[in-house]
Write a protein that binds this ligand. Structure first.
Ligand SMILES: C/C(=C\C(=O)O)C(=O)SCCNC(=O)CCNC(=O)[C@H](O)C(C)(C)COP(=O)(O)OP(=O)(O)OC[C@H]1O[C@@H](n2cnc3c(N)ncnc32)[C@H](O)[C@@H]1OP(=O)(O)O
Length: 357
């Protein structure tokens, strides 16, 4: 009888055995195809508190019943970043588990404010487009539109389009060699001599009026309203693996150091939405946020690995006094950066920000 655990026999068995694959390659996606994601979870207060606590998102609306009720909710809602991670997590097995990196996201929209714990999620994606990567022959680029629904009512809760690098079964011939392969010295010099305004101004406080006043101060001068946030968060075991796994995100990039040793990053990397949520947490800690409205042009620029520290930088783009009596709409550009001051994430975000009482 074969002793399967004999080291030589077992090595030979491993060599011969087929691997039952998980996930899909670039070639497996067809434009226009709808993918119903089987995983899905019931949103929980515990999950929301774990996500928001570890990413330094401490708005009391998402923690304290008395504050949630004063702000018009029946009960403490789940944090919007946790809701986003749960929608994306359920989609990963079908869309990106194979191993491509998350490049960016557009058109993130929150369709219902204050989603309650206990809501069962149903998640669906449509393959929007596929493109070849000219610089990385082992990968293609796929964009999907994903929507998370309340499974009981069918109401959409949140939707976005996201783009990933996705491994190909068959690499193609390529004309570039990865990062900045074709840049001339002139292009490099241009990057070093970036065209920044003379003055960067910070708002006095975090209310709507503070952002509006700071924009008025900058108006007509060579100035922008832009500032950094003091807090940093070092990526550890909890943030790199526990948070994505708690939202059913099976991407090996975040928890399989062995598989990642032989990949462009060479090691496990933080889930992009953990990096993003930490940067937004830093920004929200200096802001009187009432409610999230939307995010656009979200991009992931570089890997974040265990031991890296994520900081936040905010550039205020616009402040509009809309219909709400107690809040106005502010649009920000946020940048997450590491301990070497290198940007790792950027995106624009619109939120309703409370007015001074
Ligand atoms: C897996 C996961 C979640 C999940 O899924 O479960 C995650 O959370 S993982 C963590 C978050 N993530 C990262 O840590 C990646 C950070 N990133 C980088 O470290 C570098 O980006 C790179 C090393 C990956 C590549 O670097 P690079 O080789 O220098 O190439 P880039 O130019 O950046 O992009 C290559 C090609 O993608 C095109 N491209 C880029 N962005 C977009 C976009 N938004 N839409 C359409 N096309 C785009 C680009 O146009 C180029 O196309 P071509 O090959 O045709 O030129």
């Amino acid at each position: 009888m074969t002793d399967w655990t004999d080291p030589d026999a077992f090595a030979a068995a491993l060599e011969r055995a087929e691997t039952k694959e998980k996930g899909n390659c670039f070639e497996d996606f067809a434009e226009g195809e709808t993918v119903e994601h089987d995983p899905g979870l019931v949103l929980s207060r515990r999950g929301s508190e774990l996500w928001a606590g570890q990413t330094l998102n401490y708005d009391p609306t998402y923690w304290r019943p008395s504050v949630a009720e004063a702000r018009g909710y029946d009960a403490v809602p789940v944090h919007p970043d946790y809701l986003l991670a749960c929608v994306m997590g359920a989609s990963v097995g079908d869309l990106s588990e194979k191993g491509g990196y998350f490049l960016g996201r557009d058109d993130l929209r929150y369709h219902r404010p204050g989603v309650a714990p206990g809501t069962e999620l149903r998640v669906e994606s449509v393959v929007e487009s596929k493109a070849e990567s000219s610089s990385r022959p082992a990968y293609g680029i796929v964009t999907w539109e994903t929507t998370g629904y309340d499974a009981a009512t069918g109401d959409p809760l949140l939707s976005y389009t996201r783009t990933n690098m996705i491994p190909r079964r068959e690499p193609i011939a390529a004309d570039g060699e990865g990062a900045n392969a074709g840049d001339s010295e002139d292009e490099e010099a241009e990057r070093a001599d970036a065209d920044l305004p003379d003055e960067l101004l910070a708002p006095e406080g975090g209310h709507f009026e503070d952002f509006r006043e700071a924009l008025a101060r900058a108006d007509g001068r060579d100035a922008a309203v832009a500032y950094r946030h003091e807090r940093g968060r070092t990526i550890d075991d909890t943030t790199v693996a526990q948070l994505p796994l708690a939202t059913l995100n099976t991407a090996k990039q975040h928890h399989n150091a062995d598989a990642m040793a032989d990949s462009p990053s060479g090691e496990i990397v933080a889930y992009g939405d953990v990096t993003r949520s930490i940067a937004l947490g830093h920004a929200r800690s200096d802001e009187q946020t009432l409610r999230e409205v939307s995010c656009d042009d979200e991009r992931f620029h570089d890997f974040v690995t265990v031991g890296d520290t994520v900081y936040g930088f905010t550039h205020v783009l616009d402040a509009n006094d809309g219909d709400a009596r107690n809040a106005g709409e502010v649009t920000f550009e946020h940048v997450a950066f590491n301990q070497r001051d290198e940007p790792v994430y950027s995106g624009t975000r619109t939120a309703l920000v409370r007015k001074r009482a």
